[in-house]
Write a protein that binds this ligand. Sequence first.
Ligand SMILES: Nc1nc2c(c(=O)[nH]1)N[C@H]1C(S)=C(S)[C@@H](COP(=O)(O)OP(=O)(O)OC[C@H]3O[C@@H](n4cnc5c(N)ncnc54)[C@H](O)[C@@H]3O)O[C@H]1N2
Ligand code: MOO
Ligand SMILES: [Mg+2]
Length: 427
Amino acid sequence: MLSVEEAESIIFNLVKPLDDQQDVERLDLLSASGRVLAAPVVGSRDFPHWDNSAMDGYAVRYADVSNSSPETPTLLTVVEEIPAGKPPQVEIKPGLAARILTGSMMPPGADTVVMQEETRRQGTAVEILAAPREIGEFVRYGGSFYRAGNPLLPAGIAIAPPDIAVLATAQCVQVPVYRRPKVAILSTGDELVAPGESLKPGQLVDSNQYALTAAAIAAGCEAVPLGIVPDDPGKLKQAIAQALSLADFVLSTGGVSVGDYDYVEQILTELGGQIHIKSVAIKPGKPLTVATFPPSTTLGDSASNLSRNLSRNLLYFGLPGNPVSALVTFWRFVQPALGKLSGLRDRCLPEFILAKTQQDLRAGGQRETYLWGQIQSVDSEYQFKLAGGSHSSGNLINLAQTNGLAIVPVGKKLIPAGEMVQVMWVK
Ligand SMILES: Nc1nc2c(c(=O)[nH]1)N[C@H]1C(S)=C(S)[C@@H](COP(=O)(O)OP(=O)(O)OC[C@H]3O[C@@H](n4cnc5c(N)ncnc54)[C@H](O)[C@@H]3O)O[C@H]1N2
Ligand code: MOO
Ligand SMILES: [Mg+2]
């Protein structure tokens, strides 16, 4: 069986990012929020655009006011008021000052701003009551924060609110972003019914379809939920072929273990898929199937008559049916792969922190074990609070509000309360 690290690396290497030409769309500035930037952005203007004031006060010549104090104020004639957004009209010659407001352009001749609190207005003049600390005090010089032509934002970042501010300032109103990856999701199992249907004895509500659709959307993808497929090889093959014909990634749950109705792997092989992973030493999530389909694929028998041409391998993840196993394997393996596919250059691998566990963490020792719960910030340190109740991979009830998975490594059976543990952030 593969270790978690081996599986992670195999999967990550199978993914080729979206193409920075073919897979790019241009969006209005605000629609680009949360999307992945597909090309570097370079500004064509300095920032600040011109010398301007950092304070409400008076624009002066430093040499005029460098000896000012409350006892020996300097009296200057105020020649104009410069509101923000209007260019100054008058040059500041010795003995003159201009009333200036935060963000207003500096007038020619002035080199320093004295803040209003250090002045006393006297009709058409102003008294300067304190010497500035240095020439240029409270002046924000044009180009001092950024010079036109230098890189502003690199390709491959997820566009966040501060980046939107930068794009707006650079007047980048049409933003090149990667298209959202398309993720098809299907649930397999004769026992499954949709949440809105009535349950007969032995049946179970299909929660995986909904959890994975929500998770794929949260990961920035276009999710295509394809419904429930029964444990019937013919129908399953048709449904998987259809899913493969329309998506970048396909996720299915169930049917990947050793049971009599676990057909997924066999069908993937029949459809021309190459199986890279069959199981991983992870708990929950051991029976994980990962397959690729080459760029040009005729999907199985001629009856289905489905084919597709892609610029990259198509990835199929056969996730285990148990609800916790399905989400844990999504978080641990699918989400990073989606990040790489989406064009993210970094920040796509899982983030781990060290936290002090509040409870004993127990494991079998054979597989890397992921225990769900909450990362909390207590007394300026991270702590991990294990979810109460059963840690069976069939118990999705206590998975609610999980934001962290504590990891007990292979070979360890106990991490006692109070010790530090590695925890993976999930969202
Ligand atoms: N003899 C063995 N049996 C099992 C093994 C094994 O190694 N040897 N592995 C166990 C582990 S670990 C897991 S995980 C499961 C994985 O099973 P499958 O992926 O084949 O999934 P199913 O058998 O179809 O279902 C398992 C379980 O999950 C429920 N389920 C399935 N789909 C959904 C859904 N969409 N929403 C909610 N719940 C779902 C299903 O009813 C079953 O209870 O195999 C173990 N067995
Ligand atoms: O690996 Mo299974 O996911 O423990 O129940
Ligand atoms: Mg099974």
